[in-house]
Structures are given as structure tokens and as C-alpha cells.
Write a protein that binds this ligand. Structure first.
Ligand SMILES: Nc1ncnc2c1ncn2[C@@H]1O[C@H](COP(=O)(O)OP(=O)(O)O)[C@@H](O)[C@H]1O
Ligand SMILES: [Mg+2]
Length: 344
């Protein structure tokens, strides 16, 4: 199996020349972002930067593999997983505001973590199921979801699905979850349903990333109770700080009462548009607010990031050269760096 096949096991996307055409066409639409890079895809040397395991499993390098390998620049090699020890980090992506980039961050962070060789599980606990569909998993009422785990006591292992992407499993969400907040109210240990479920699988993963709904209700509380860290995506806009006090207060209350381990990993500025005058001012406000606990990477507003979910692909497959992809890759590197620093 080629490296490309291994990375993106979905046959839909890898049938021969179709891929090349798609990528080339897509790229040409994206003015300025990646039009210069199409030629760069023929860099055969970059294969050396692949994780040793991936390399040995995939002796059969094809053009597709080379295409993907060319995306691996010399800096990337420092970030591939080196040790066999699992990190076991559980990170919630939370902000009660909708549309700030939580799901986009969850999908693209997890796919890059997988790409860098980390065994990753994404748990979608938003009834809107954006990260589920964003990873190409279609809604199917027969399929079990996180709802069955939290409310029905289903085994998390049985609900887990493999995604089409390397090292990435998912616990999908479903619209049924919309009723879960109400159903949870009367259950015992209602804040710990997710934590209890995660206990059973956490030893299988380096990273478990939880995509939260746009609310500070019981589902988000469940995520914060289960997590070691929380990443807060913040849109670079005038009202960015609005509601943050409430979010930080919730995090503080969870830390005091439910999960003393919980830490804020950092704020991630999203949808940055340099044409918006206030954007830079907003970033410095957020820096002050979080006493510099803010990721160096700033995610630009990039139309490719908003197109990718409708194809069920993370940006690393949809358009790996675009600015959005480069930004999420560099963000994933920051997350990996922080992770390895802490476990030592
Ligand atoms: N950096 C970005 N550039 C352009 N569009 C984006 C970006 N991040 C997210 N979007 C789009 O904005 C919308 C909201 O993002 P989403 O990740 O779903 O937010 P949330 O999960 O916080 O509600 C989606 O349509 C998504 O495709
Ligand atoms: Mg979302």
C-alpha cells in the first residue's frame, strides 16, 4: 500500500489520476495560496522524513505518495512521533460561541496529529456533528454515536469508528445528542459520563480531542471534566472577548469542583483577516487577557478551510498547500511540542 493510500484510506479520493486533477483544479482556484506549489509536489527526497514505521510498511511508493511526501518539509521531520510511549493527553476544544472555528480546529488538528504518527481519537459531542461530517462520516440513524455512550451506557469501543485518515479514530455524534442535556440532568454522576467512557479507551491513544457544542451546558461540562487541557478558539473579530469571562469562570468552577487537573492549554486565534483593521488589536487584547497563553500560530481566514468539510476531508488532504493547511500544521506542531515538553 502506498504512503498516500495509507494516509488516506478512502478509495474515493485516491483513484489514480482523479486525485491529481482534483488537486490541480482546486489549487488553481485558490489565488495566491498555492498556485506556485504544484510543481513542488514532485520532491522524491522528502520520503525520508516519514516515520520509520510508515516507511517500512509502505515500500510501494507511487506518484500519489510522492505528491503527499512533497508536503513534508525539513521542519516536519522533527515532529513525527519518535517513542512508543503513549502521551495520553485529553484536550477539549471549547468556546460557547458558535462559529469560532472549534470543529474546523478539531478536524484539522486531529488529522495532522495522525499524520505526524500520533494515535488520535476525536470525540464529537456537538449535536450538529460538524466534525463527524467533516471527516466524511455520514449521518446514519442506525449508527451508534456518543449519545448511546453518554445516555445509553453503550461501550465506547463499539461506537468507535476508524476514519479514512491515518491514525485517526472517531466517536461520532448524532442529532439525538440534542436531547442529551435534558436527559443527563437526572442521571447520577452526570458530569462524569464522558470521563468514565474515555477511561476505557484512553490507554490506546496519544491524543483524545473533544469537539464541544456551542454552549456551556452539561455536554461541555462533561468534556471539561474529562480533559487535561482546554484549547479555546477565538475568532479575530471585535466581539472576540465577549463571553470569555463566562467561559473562563466555567473552566475555573470545573477545576475547583470536578477536575483539578484541568489547565488552559491556550487560546487559538482563528479566521484572521489582515484587511480587518481591528484584527491585530483584538489579538493583543486576547494576549493580555490570557497573560500570553496564546498559540503563536494564527489561523487565517481561508476559503479552502470552509470548503473542505463539504468533501468530508481534512485540509491536509483537500488542499495541503493552502495557507489554512500550513497554519493548522504549524498549530499541530505547537500542540505536539507542548505535549512532549510536559511528559518529559
Ligand atoms: N479559518 C477559517 N477560514 C474560513 N472559514 C472558516 C475558518 N474556520 C472556520 N471556518 C468556517 O466557519 C464556520 C464555523 O466554523 P466551525 O469550525 O464550524 O465553528 P464552531 O465549531 O466553533 O461552531 C464553518 O462554516 C467553517 O467552515
Ligand atoms: Mg462546531
Amino acid at each position: 500500500m502506498s504512503v498516500f493510500n495509507k494516509l488516506f484510506k478512502n478509495k474515493k479520493y485516491i483513484s489514480g489520476s482523479k486525485v491529481d486533477n482534483n488537486l490541480t483544479n482546486d489549487s488553481s482556484k485558490n489565488i495566491g495560496d498555492n498556485s506556485n506549489n504544484v510543481k513542488g509536489r514532485k520532491n522524491y527526497n522528502d520520503i525520508n522524513y516519514f516515520d520509520e514505521n510508515i516507511k517500512t510498511e509502505n515500500k510501494n511508493y507511487t506518484d500519489n505518495a510522492n505528491m503527499i511526501n512533497s508536503k513534508i518539509n525539513s521542519d516536519d521531520k522533527n515532529y513525527f512521533k519518535k517513542s512508543d510511549t503513549l502521551l495520553k493527553k485529553i484536550i477539549a476544544i471549547a468556546n460557547q460561541k458558535g462559529g469560532v472555528g472549534k470543529s474546523t480546529t478539531a478536524v484539522n488538528l486531529t488529522s495532522y496529529l495522525g499524520y505526524f504518527g500520533y494515535k488520535t481519537l476525536i470525540i464529537d459531542i456537538d449535536p450538529q456533528s460538524n466534525s463527524t461530517s467533516g471527516l466524511g462520516i455520514s449521518y446514519d440513524s442506525e449508527k451508534s454515536s456518543i449519545y448511546n455512550v453518554i445516555i445509553g451506557g453503550a461501550e465506547i469501543e463499539k461506537v468507535k469508528l476508524k476514519t479514512d485518515f491515518l491514525n485517526l479514530d472517531i466517536i461520532p455524534s448524532s442529532i439525538q445528542l440534542a436531547g442529551a442535556e435534558v436527559e443527563l440532568v437526572t442521571s447520577m454522576k452526570r458530569e462524569y459520563k464522558l470521563k468514565e467512557a474515555i477511561e476505557k479507551v484512553k490507554n490506546n491513544y496519544d491524543y483524545i480531542i473533544i469537539d464541544c457544542p456551542p454552549a456551556l451546558g452539561l455536554l461541555t461540562i462533561n468534556a471539561l471534566s474529562a480533559a487535561n487541557e482546554v484549547i479555546i478558539p477565538i475568532q479575530c473579530e471585535y466581539y472576540a472577548l465577549e463571553g470569555l469571562g463566562q467561559l473562563l469562570n466555567t473552566i475555573k468552577l470545573v477545576k475547583e469542583n470536578l477536575n483539578s487537573e484541568l489547565e488552559i492549554a491556550g487560546a487559538l486565534m482563528t479566521m484572521y483577516d489582515p484587511r480587518i483593521k481591528l484584527a491585530d488589536q483584538v489579538i493583543s487584547e486576547v494576549k493580555k487577557y490570557f497573560s500570553n497563553k496564546i498559540y503563536n500560530t494564527i489561523i487565517p481566514r481561508n476559503v479552502r478551510l470552509s470548503e473542505a468539510p463539504s468533501y468530508g476531508k481534512p485540509i491536509l488532504l483537500y488542499d495541503p498547500e493552502c495557507k489554512g493547511a500550513q497554519a493548522y500544521k504549524s498549530f499541530a506542531k505547537e500542540v505536539i511540542e507542548n505535549g512532549t515538553k510536559r511528559i518529559r
